[in-house]
Design a protein around this ligand. Structure first.
Ligand code: IP8
Length: 275
């Protein structure tokens, strides 16, 4: 007899967290290395939440180095060269995701890994097909979803990179999540790249009055990043804020900021609100 699973979770309470690749990996290390110290602490903070979460992993050293090496991010790379890069990128991202799953499991967080390459297709870099039913059922079953940026088959370009930010935005919109917390290695959005200008100023709120000005100010990130850096991140997140989803960009390198977000306490961050 087939029993239907008990529904234990309401998706309108869903929190989507992006673990930035520059926080959970040593982004400049070659070969790629997981930043275990950071990951262990983050796993403990995630355990505080107590509800199933949708956890999205950025590429960091594991994704971006391999993607760059195989010519992703360069519009002139021939399709067969991109295709040859698939195994390398997939191996790296699978290793990163397994490590995250293990650390979460040690903190009592039950999570299942979803690899987009196995079920998502792109067209010219944009999502073409992204079935979500099993993700929804997994969350309903009380299990957190761990999904990562990946290389995917592209109907036009042979293969393209699907970034963690795009996944977070797509799924948050699809499930009408309550909140999206984007964990990065800076305090949120800054007027300039802080690695170039340490006097860069922090922007606490992006709203209708300053969004265009901020989009013009922000540029790509400084390490190898084939998916567009901060400017692309903000424009994707602005779409979510349009759907009344609480969007926060914060510094995941600083202990307790994630815990405080879960607890609804104020932290240094950038909120995006278009209401
Ligand atoms: O770091 C990129 O994801 P992101 C994923 O969220 C790969 O842009 C495989 C480079």
């Amino acid at each position: 007899m087939i029993c239907s699973a008990q529904i234990v979770f309401h998706l309108e309470n869903l929190i989507v967290i992006k673990l930035g690749g520059s926080v959970i990996t040593d982004k400049k290390s070659m070969p790629p290395r997981v930043n275990l110290k950071s990951l262990r602490r983050i796993a403990k903070e995630i355990a505080v939440c107590g509800a199933p979460l949708l956890i999205v992993l950025g590429g960091g050293a594991h994704g971006h180095q391999a993607a760059h090496k195989h010519g992703f991010g360069n519009p002139n790379t021939p399709p067969d060269r991109l295709l040859l890069g698939i195994p390398d990128i997939r191996r790296n991202m699978s290793q990163l995701a397994s490590r995250v799953e293990e650390e979460l499991s040690q903190q009592g967080v039950l999570g299942a890994i979803f690899s987009p390459f196995n079920f998502v297709t792109l067209h010219d870099g944009f999502i073409h097909n992204f079935p979500t039913e099993i993700i929804e059922q997994t969350l309903n079953a009380g299990i957190s979803v761990i999904i990562h940026g990946d290389v995917c088959i592209d109907m036009k370009k042979a293969a393209s990179i699907l970034s963690g930010d795009t996944i977070a935005v797509f799924l948050a919109e699809k499930f009408q999540a309550k909140s999206v917390f984007i964990g990065t290695n800076v305090d949120g959005v800054l007027t300039e790249n802080p690695e170039i200008n340490p006097d860069a100023k922090h922007i606490p709120l992006i709203d209708k009055t300053n969004k265009d000005q901020i989009l013009a100010l922000t540029g790509p990130s400084s390490s190898i990043d084939v998916t567009g850096g901060m400017a692309k991140k903000i424009s994707e997140l602005l779409d979510l804020a349009n759907h009344k989803i609480d969007v926060v960009i914060f510094n995941l390198l600083i202990p307790n900021r994630l815990t405080n977000l879960f607890l609804g306490k104020p932290i240094i961050c950038t909120r995006i609100s278009l209401n």
